[in-house]
Design a protein around this ligand. Sequence first.
Ligand SMILES: C[S@@+](CC[C@H](N)C(=O)[O-])C[C@H]1O[C@@H](n2cnc3c(N)ncnc32)[C@H](O)[C@@H]1O
Length: 502
Amino acid sequence: MIPLEELLRWFQSQNGTIDGSSMGITEFPNSGRGAIALVDIPGEHTLFTIPRELTLSTRTSSLPARIGRQAWKELGLEVGWVGLILCMMWEEAQGSTSRWFSYLASLPSNFDTPMFWSEDELDELKGTAVIDKIGKSDAERDYNEKLLPAVKSRPELFLPEHIPQYYSLARYHIMGSRILSRSFHVEPWGKGGDNDSGSDASETPEGPGNPMDVDSEPLPQMNDPQDDTDDLDEDGDEEEDTENPADVAMVPMADMLNAQYGSGNVKLFYEKHDLRMVTTKPIQAGEQIWNTYGDPPNSDLLRRYGHVDLVPLPPPLSGVGNPADVVEIRADLVVVSTLKTSALDVQEKVDWWLENADDDTFVLGTDCDFPDDLVSFVRLMLLPRNEWEKTKMKSKLPKAKVDAQVLSIVKEVLERRLQEYSTTAQDDEKLLSSNAENFPLNKKHAVIVRLGEKRILHGTLGKVQASLVLMNSAPTATGKGKKRVHSDRNVETSARVKKARR
Ligand SMILES: C[S@@+](CC[C@H](N)C(=O)[O-])C[C@H]1O[C@@H](n2cnc3c(N)ncnc32)[C@H](O)[C@@H]1O
């Protein structure tokens, strides 16, 4: 890695601007480099600007034009991140003739993400949402089936003697991890948002008043390789919400900011010629300048960035953890838990659910409410044949009403889910309280992630048990006083289900 001063010199020589009297870059314990306020900074203050052409993407690198747009497509380089990875590799191979030489030399090559963990370390994550989403074999397939053939097909651009140093699988994983933990989503000016002219930028008028008004979302949305490959509609076209890989960009300086749950105090705003990092609230001298990574759960933080957040948890949980944590429950676990109560038309009901509800995973959050779609699915599985026939006719999901039978099944589902981890919550609490200081970092992170999920399961289990006690103690002979507990319909919860599939 090059010294920071050299990076700053390069940045300014390329027309990046930085308010060095307000902001400094420094090393923070356990989180690497980050930005710090040198003086009290007011809100809406610009800390630095990055010319759009200084961002590194398949739009700004000259490689796609050199390969030829048609060939670029034919080589499969316009799908996913493989094209940007190849641009980053090629720019690096150009040495100091590349515009981004100093920037690339400033980026990390070692990561604490599970992509680089040993099998034993990965075992510590058993049961969590991390394992199935690492995507190592998908990345290796892209490397072997797209990147390497592209490199070998154009020896005039990719010198064969450069392959071991610049175009190896190990380099591919490093570049992919740099994108995962540092890239932004940068659309061309004029595309999308209130300020959209419907064309490509240049004639787009300035937005009303403050240019910040024209901003779209700020995103160290460390774009996820699982988000952008297979989302095709029936015609084989990309679905509307699928990210255009050309919008994925490395943004020097903006990627120097750390993030922590709920702490963001700056945002990146998009303007016609520049990207602008602006304070969203006053920051006191000595405070860290935090961007936001979208406050993901610890499982995603670990997978993408290699760290976890520990802040005070809101009730009903207590202690420290990540308030955005979630735990995912696969529908098949629910099916297994309903079988001894009702084994009628199981496959048909499951197929119908997948078609109508379009999700096979239920997501619980730190509010420890059981989600409506889980209750609805349990009720579907329990429907007697005549009601099942009616449900099919009406094409309506069963209402998310709970009774003692539904609750007992939810309880069993939660207990089964807890058994998917190789340790108990008590084991993990003990590990963390006794000798976490001596733990290797990866193990400590794994324990924090799995304990966060287990706390949600136990919290939810507590609520289920309390509801069951309430129901069982209510008089039932006349049905009077019989409690029907409705789980809170919670739009956020359903939204999380969708996100969790990515
Ligand atoms: C966008 S970069 C931020 C700059 C980075 N710290 C550096 O030294 O270049 C994201 C990386 O910073 C680190 N990071 C960011 N926020 C953190 C936090 N709250 N705790 C620990 N590490 C953090 C993680 O290694 C993450 O992958």
